[in-house]
Ligand binder design. Structure first.
Ligand SMILES: [Zn+2]
Length: 282
């Protein structure tokens, strides 16, 4: 968390900043663990002030402001970061402020409770070397089923683990991977190279379904309450979770058994042993 739907909600929340001019940029005094802000010191404001925001985009789980200079300002929320236009959940975790002119938004804020996220200004060369081809796969919403099979199908990894690999497919994270595989009726430990083209078609279709519905509901706000949209409101997709964080509760699809929690590559996975049989061929 946050994953593609939450970051896409943040992007939409500040999309009207496109066309605005940056008139100020400030790292805010914060007594908590400092976040990574690049470049350091006064250099960031010096390079940002006077630039126009040409586009408010998203790259995987990052919000990307493309500037008229060709540079990109990248907000990467990682675990607990938020991109806001108003009303931060707390003052003490506010990390960075952008002041804007010639548009509807006076400010864009970056807030981060745990401080694992970052704000980075990259020129075109840095962007290509850090986030270009090879570093990040195609966006989950822009990928075809055939491309998904091409990118994952030779791997011996478990499908749940492979879905989290941002170099293969960008945007899917731990929460939505469990939800997608439950809807697709695929066991999370099934090896990628043993899945059929039909099964990739099913995973792909369910991935689009889950991500698009989660975007419509503005993401998932879990029990810790951290994730908020750009107006500091909760998302709504947590009310639609079928397996995530439901260990021991009945499967909503089959009602035959309860949801199981396992750990794969140090991350929790949730699935239904009845709906998602490992040996199953469809
Ligand atoms: Zn079930």
């Amino acid at each position: 968390m946050p994953e593609l739907p939450e970051v896409e909600t943040m992007r939409r929340g500040i999309a009207s900043a496109a066309g605005s001019t940056i008139v100020g940029a400030e790292r805010l005094a914060c007594t908590r663990r400092p976040i990574l802000i690049q470049p350091r010191g006064a250099a960031l404001a010096r390079r940002l002030v006077g630039k126009r925001i040409d586009e408010v985009g998203r790259l995987g789980k990052r919000v990307v402001l493309r500037l008229d200079s060709g540079e990109r300002l990248i907000f990467e929320p990682r675990m607990t970061g938020l991109v806001l236009v108003a009303d931060p959940p707390t003052q003490e975790h506010l990390r960075f402020r952008l002041d804007l002119d010639h548009g509807p938004l006076p400010h864009v804020w970056y807030w981060d409770r745990r401080g694992l996220g970052s704000v980075r200004l990259l020129n075109e060369r840095q962007f290509a070397s850090q986030l270009g081809n090879g570093h990040l796969g195609p966006d989950a919403l822009a990928l075809t089923a055939m491309e998904m099979q091409e990118r994952l199908g030779r791997s011996r990894r478990a499908i749940k683990v492979a879905l989290l690999d941002q170099r293969a497919i960008a945007g899917v994270g731990n929460l939505y991977a469990s939800e997608i595989l439950h809807l697709a009726r695929i066991h999370p430990a099934k090896r990628c190279d043993l899945l059929t083209a039909d099964q990739y078609g099913e995973i792909h279709a369910r991935m689009l379904e889950v991500l698009q519905l989660a975007i419509k509901h503005e993401g998932s706000t879990l029990s810790d309450g951290t994730y908020r949209n750009a107006l500091n409101q909760s998302g709504g997709y947590q009310n639609h979770h079928r397996v995530y964080d439901r260990a021991g509760q009945p499967c909503l699809a089959c009602s035959q058994t309860t949801i199981i929690r396992i750990v794969q590559a140090q991350r929790a996975t949730f699935y239904c042993p009845n709906c998602q049989k490992k040996g199953q061929r469809r």
